[in-house]
Design a protein around this ligand. Structure first.
Ligand SMILES: Cc1ncc(Cn2c(C)c(CCOP(=O)(O)OP(=O)(O)O)sc2=O)c(N)n1
Ligand SMILES: [Ca+2]
Length: 523
């Protein structure tokens, strides 16, 4: 009779979850034993890096991803990275070993006390089977819940369950499939087409979900068909529209009043694939401009329910885009791409705009950028010219430690695309051990570390909040070339623009790190 482990491995193989991102403890070893040859285990040296890599891989592949963490302390280390995966809506299936059932209540070493509560409220579904016979079904539930809700799930399994033999009845779980159709009904589509078709000055606001669900090109088709100006929703974790397109108007600022200011004059605000909205700095004001109506289309019921204003339609934004394209006459105008402005310069070091212009001019046009540099967003959008889907990944909840690991995960998930991580010298430290995984799995990725010696964004926030003299915002003296070499990644330190451009023009079939001294700028 098959063991729990054999049934679990077979189920995961059938569902395509054969890449496991993990960091093991003794509780996890019985699950990892006898992995079929089709499985690949990717070791991260810290659980935050493991989940960050898995998040990047899930976003790059658009598929659920298996994560295997140690109980309690291991799972706890992953919380920061998990906050990002929740808001990027990454379908991670996080599994963790548990003590044997008789040892849990007495809280023996490595007991994951109240395991199902540990990752909540971040993880969606969270479970621990009440007996070994329920492990295969519970694992299937964890996978299907992650896929359906597009939210990480957590499954804790006592380590002696895996060797238990089950009767053939448990095998029926292997054949299960679960599918979801979210097509909006005819009445909703008719009403929405009417609203858009009769609006005097409509505007399109696109969220990261548009890129995450493969709708980048269809969103461009809709904007061009109706000649709609396009804003990106605040705090984007992905780029849903080409940022040099003639219809592109920018990334909405992450404050209530500034958003209303940018959208003033539009009588219809159509929001596709975004929460309304992911504000950041608290700048109170009217949620909507005078005379504006907001309609949000999202397949995330939670995002629809918690919005503070407007109307929401819970449906697949892709189906809505196709319906509007089919029902509304073309208003297409010729719209040229906007040329890049000259890059700002600086005295003591390179201006971030010079670094970004160098990346734009030297890297392939279809490069995927994983960005985690928090004081350079304005410089980034002024200088980059991103025209492809999956061109931009940013920590979805601002939890640092995403950049280096996610760049490794994206590169593993999209071997067909060049990948570059653009990461601040502060952020890099939260996920620095990802360099070891990049070196040991020979992942082709370029890491560009922007070294300005500070937590630049916090310096800006300190001014904004009237607390300019706060401690803890300077990080002088970090040498990422020596750190990188310690983890096995070849590295170069650059201070001059010509040097940077010539290094960037070279190629590599493995990981490399380029440390660039930059001037502190404001976000
Ligand atoms: C896990 C974690 N810890 C701390 C912070 C707070 N934080 C910190 C520490 C920032 C500074 C990042 O510095 P950097 O060098 O990466 O980039 P800039 O110098 O361009 O700001 S931005 C920010 O929100 C965070 N967002 N996430
Ligand atoms: Ca910095």
């Amino acid at each position: 009779m098959p063991t729990v482990r054999q049934l679990a491995h077979e189920f995961l193989e059938r569902r395509g979850l054969t890449t496991i991102f993990g960091n093991p403890g003794s509780n996890e070893l019985p699950f990892l034993a006898d992995l079929p040859d089709s499985f690949r285990y990717v070791l991260g040296l810290h659980e935050g890096v493991v989940v960050g890599m898995a998040d990047g891989y899930a976003q790059a592949t658009g598929r659920p991803v298996l994560v295997n963490l140690h109980a309690a302390a291991g799972s706890g280390n992953a919380m920061g990275a998990l906050t990002n995966a929740v808001y990027s809506r990454s379908p991670l299936v996080i599994t963790a070993g548990q003590q044997v059932r008789p040892a849990i209540g007495l809280e023996a070493m490595l007991a994951n006390v109240e395991a199902t509560q540990l990752m909540r409220p971040l993880a969606g579904w969270s479970g621990e089977p009440s007996c070994a016979a329920d492990v295969p079904r519970s694992l299937a539930q964890a996978v299907f819940e992650a896929e359906l809700q597009r939210r990480p799930t957590y499954l804790s399994v006592p380590y002696d369950d895996w060797a238990v033999e089950l009767d053939t009845n448990a095998a029926v779980t292997l054949a299960r499939t679960v599918r979801r159709g979210l097509s909006p009904d005819e009445a909703h589509l008719r009403e929405l087409a009417e609203q858009v078709g009769t609006a005097r000055n409509p505007v399109l606001v696109l969220g990261g979900d548009i890129d995450a669900t493969g709708l980048f090109d269809r969103a461009v088709a809709l904007a061009e068909h109706l000649d709609l100006p396009v804003w990106v929703a605040p705090s984007p974790h992905r780029l849903p529209f080409p940022n040099r397109h003639g219809l592109f108007r920018g990334v909405l600022p992450a404050g209530i009043a500034p958003v209303s200011g940018r959208l003033a004059g539009h009588d219809l605000i159509l929001v596709l694939g975004a929460p309304v909205f992911r504000y950041h700095q608290h700048v109170p004001g009217p949620y909507l401009p005078e005379g504006s109506r907001l309609v949000q289309v999202t397949d995330d019921p939670g995002a629809a329910a918690r919005a503070p204003m407007g109307e929401a339609l819970v449906a697949d934004p892709g189906a809505v885009i196709e319906a509007l394209l089919a029902r509304l006459p073309s208003r297409r105008q010729a719209r040229d791409f906007v040329p890049n402005p000259p890059a700002e310069t600086a005295e003591a070091a390179l201006h971030p705009e010079q670094v970004f212009a160098a990346l734009r001019d030297t890297q392939p046009a279809d490069t995927s950028y994983v960005v985690e540099s928090t004081s350079t967003n304005s410089a980034w959008w002024r200088q980059m010219d991103l025209r492809h889907d999956s061109s931009y990944f940013f920590p979805a909840s601002g939890g640092l430690g995403f950049g280096l690991p996610a760049a490794v995960g994206v590169a593993m998930g999209r071997p067909d695309r060049p990948v570059a991580g653009v990461i601040g010298d502060g952020s890099a430290n939260y996920g620095i051990t990802a360099l070891w995984t990049a070196a040991n799995y020979a992942v082709p990725v370029t890491f560009v570390i922007l070294r300005n010696g500070t937590y630049g964004a916090l310096r800006w926030f300190a001014g904004l909040l009237g607390t300019p003299d706060v401690p803890g915002t300077d990080i002088p003296g970090l040498d990422f070339t020596r750190i990188a070499e310690g983890y096995g990644v070849p590295a170069t330190a650059v201070t001059e623009l010509d040097e940077l451009r010539s290094v960037l023009k070279t190629t590599t079939d493995g990981p490399r790190l380029i440390q660039v001294d930059t001037q502190l700028t404001t976000p």
